[in-house]
Design a protein around this ligand. Structure first.
Ligand code: NAD
Length: 464
């Protein structure tokens, strides 16, 4: 491709010391449209490949990713900062989406029926929705890409992937692996930019683009839904979260603390599923807070490549400033700092594991995503109060409930307005499960069979 002279470059930073890893050319809106040209040009041939062939290419990609977990993990650590063990876990999880959707590619089945009046037959097939724009965030740079590419390709769609400006290198690496696995030219097109607005607007205005699959913040999601509305594009939106983590009076506190650590500290708290509010029955609140403080204080904060690192830096300076603002606000309203609470010295955007209790209603961190290793604790006295507190948010992605009585936990889970509930479990993500949110956490599901359906359009044939 010939580069336009005005194309600018942007740096990819290492969040553990702020140094520049690499600079990349920033794609322009024209580059975005060229990517749409490529995707549209490859669409018919890809859609008409036998499902088994698409499945086998995805399976090859799964195998290749699995052979190259260390390389992918290293890319993730460098540009995103999480500890290598976690990055390797993400790389494996990312590969699993390709395996799962290689298996789903051959299951895009339809229906056959008789019209109720008996006049004709009804056949429902599933057609690929068409050229898809996939926009992903920085927090899981590998998994958020394959969670969209896997089902899109399985369904027979071609795609333009726009990764986050903080983490383009992992996406480019995965695109290379997909090519090696046999994905034909034009089927997966990656555009990287540090100015996503004009590029995505141009792509969404192109009538050949029929789908937007977005993962990111609710604010950007709302804006993109507005753009998608102009051309009435099919959308899947995986947006922000504000997960409540309920500890009932009868919870096994060993389990509750272990799972609280998983729910809070997976990805250093930089996860849409991260427990954002700990709601604990008053009878066990002090015990829970003390044990959680012990566990959080034991977490080793270090550069992601250090052997025993358990928590890396936040993604950038703005993310750390946000965490600091939220903690300062909570403390000014009466919260008590049980551990952490102040940024760590030195280069990089490190913030320590932090536990706050006696958090007061109205504190900003109860409304906003913290996106960092901060655990705010509040108490409740009745289950009705717990449910009311859990639902007191515009978000509805996931909730966690800890209780020895599974029936009780389930009954509470049914009353909480979220797309997912973890019962005595702090992690719910699985490529085979429908991941997604209610309320302003999004529209649609990724993973499971639902994930495939997001890239298919039912097509009904009536005949005698
Ligand atoms: P973000 O919304 O700032 O950015 C997400 C993506 O949108 C990036 O690729 C970014 O470049 C792009 N973008 C930003 N402005 C844009 C614009 N005007 N037009 C087009 N694209 C634009 O989010 P982030 O900070 O990268 O990620 C964190 C957010 O993602 C959190 O809110 C988190 O909860 C959410 N998230 C949700 C899920 C989920 O499955 N529900 C998973 C991971 C992250």
């Amino acid at each position: 491709m010939v580069l336009a002279p005005e194309r600018s470059r942007f740096p990819v930073l290492d969040p553990s010391d702020g140094s520049v890893i690499e600079t990349l050319e920033s794609a322009t809106p024209q580059d975005g449209l060229a990517a749409v040209d490529a995707a549209a040009g490859a669409a018919e041939a890809w859609a008409s490949r036998a499902p088994r062939e698409r499945a086998e290419i995805l399976r090859n990609a799964y195998e290749l990713m699995t052979e190259r977990l260390d390389e992918i993990a290293s890319a993730i650590v460098r540009e995103m900062g999480k500890p290598f063990v976690e990055a390797r876990g993400e790389a494996g999880y990312a590969a699993e989406f390709l395996r799962w959707f290689s298996e789903e590619a051959v299951r895009a089945n339809g229906d056959y029926g008789v019209a109720p009046a008996g006049t004709n037959r009804m056949l429902v097939a599933h057609a690929p929705v068409g050229v898809s724009l996939l926009i992903t965030p920085w927090n899981f740079p590998a998994a958020m890409a394959t969670r969209k590419i896997g089902p899109a390709l399985a369904a027979g769609c071609t795609v333009v992937l726009k990764p986050a400006e903080e983490t383009p290198l992992t996406a480019l690496l995965i695109a290379g692996i997909l090519r090696e696995a046999g994905v034909p030219e034009g089927v997966v097109n990656v555009v990287v930019t540090d100015d996503p607005g004009p590029l995505c607007e141009a792509i969404l205005a192109d009538p050949r683009v029929r789908k937007l699959s977005f993962t990111g913040s609710t604010a950007v999601g709302r804006h993109l839904l507005g753009l998608a509305a102009r051309s009435v594009i099919n959308t899947s939106m995986e947006l922000g979260g504000n997960a409540p983590f309920l500890v009932l009076a009868d919870a096994d506190l060993d389990v509750a603390v272990r799972e609280a650590m998983a729910a809070k500290m997976r990805n250093g708290g930089e996860a849409c599923t991260a427990a954002n509010r700990f709601l604990v029955h008053e009878s066990v609140a002090e015990d829970f807070a003390a044990r959680l403080t012990t566990a959080m204080s034991a977490v080793r904060v270090a550069h992601g490549f250090e052997d025993d690192a358990q928590l890396g830096p936040l993604i950038n300076a703005a993310a750390r400033e946000k965490v600091e603002r939220l903690v300062a606000d909570a403390v000014s309203r009466g919260a008590r700092v049980r551990c952490g609470g102040e940024r760590l010295p030195g280069p990089g955007f490190f913030y320590p594991p932090t536990v706050l209790d006696a958090v007061q209603p109205g504190s900003e961190l109860l409304r906003e995503e913290i996106f960092g290793p901060v655990a705010p604790i509040m108490t409740f006295t009745s289950e009705d109060e717990a449910v009311q507190m859990a639902n007191d948010t515009e978000y509805g992605l996931v909730a966690f409930v800890c209780s020895r009585d599974l029936r009780r936990a389930m009954a509470i889970g049914e009353r909480i307005e979220t797309g997912m509930v973890g019962l005595n479990r702090g992690v719910v993500s699985d490529p085979a499960a429908p991941f997604g949110g209610a309320k302003q956490s999004g529209i649609g599901r990724e993973g499971g069979h639902h994930g495939l359906l997001e890239f298919l359009e039912p097509k009904y044939f009536a005949f005698d």
